[in-house]
Design a protein around this ligand. Structure first.
Ligand code: 13P
Length: 254
């Protein structure tokens, strides 16, 4: 049985004091929830503040990105050991905004997933098609490529060492646009993703991997989306920036 996992991607929002009050608000509203896994991913500079604010609750904290290796002359980057040293458990990898604005590719996604595994972080690997790709009927082909290349050479770690991994399906056209994929549209792609995971890893492993949906998830649509058989959670942007809306999304899934 897959546990629902709801993650908030705060993107480049929140100053230190805003991050602290948002995290404290969430801790008060949903800090004792254990039926659903809850993860918040603040900007790296606010991770320490958020970790302190949610200490002693069931909320987990993740990073939005990492760079390869342990350390080095890479100005502006954050390494996996730095993230781990703050007691973060998760890291988002290959978000479409990183692909679009920072030149990330399936190959860099693959290297970053390997780095996350090496340092004991659970990667939340993002895939998803643009509007143009959907309209030209290339959604499934594109997702298959993103998964095959992004998850290449990882079977050993995922199967033998049993390292956890989360996949997030985020159709680019639904991110921040208010245009949510219909539950049936999302379910179609999620079932396809699970099939791909079965061929990359194994049938049994694919059945255990949580697949989140992301793109304009709100309290009003979360319950129906999460009710689909292959949708195991959500990666939430805008609605994760207010304690009441993010908590309402979580409560709708319990
Ligand atoms: P919105 O929920 O704002 O559409 O963002 C989704 C997203 O990109 C989460 O990673």
């Amino acid at each position: 049985m897959r546990k629902t996992i709801i993650a908030g991607n705060w993107k480049m929002f929140t100053t230190k004091s805003e991050a602290e009050s948002l995290a404290k608000g969430l801790a008060a509203e949903v800090g004792s929830v254990t039926e659903v896994e809850i993860v918040v991913c603040p900007p790296a500079i606010n991770i320490e503040t958020v970790i302190s604010a949610v200490a002693g609750t069931s909320l987990k904290v993740g990073a939005q990105n990492l760079y390869l290796g342990k350390e080095g002359a890479f100005t502006g980057e954050t390494s996996a050991p730095m993230i781990v040293s703050h007691n973060c458990n998760y890291v988002i990898i290959g978000h479409s905004e990183r692909r679009q604005h920072f030149g990330e590719t399936d190959s860099s996604v693959n290297q970053k997933v390997k780095t996350a595994f090496e340092y004991g972080l659970i990667p939340i690997v993002c895939v998803g098609e643009t509007l143009e790709e959907r309209e030209s009927d290339r959604t499934f082909e594109l997702i298959a490529t993103q998964l095959k290349a992004g998850l290449a050479d990882l079977s050993g770690e995922v199967l033998t060492q049993n390292k956890p991994i989360v996949i997030a399906y985020e159709p680019v056209w639904a991110i921040g646009t208010g245009k949510v994929a219909s539950p049936a549209q999302a379910q179609d792609v999620h079932a396809f993703i699970r099939g791909q995971l079965a061929s990359i890893f194994s049938e049994a492993k694919a059945a255990s991997i949580q697949i989140q949906y992301g793109g304009s998830v709100k309290p009003e649509n979360s319950k129906e989306l999460m009710g689909q058989p292959d949708i195991d959670g959500a990666l939430v942007g805008g609605a994760s920036l207010k304690a009441d809306s993010f908590s309402a999304i979580i409560k709708a899934c319990i």
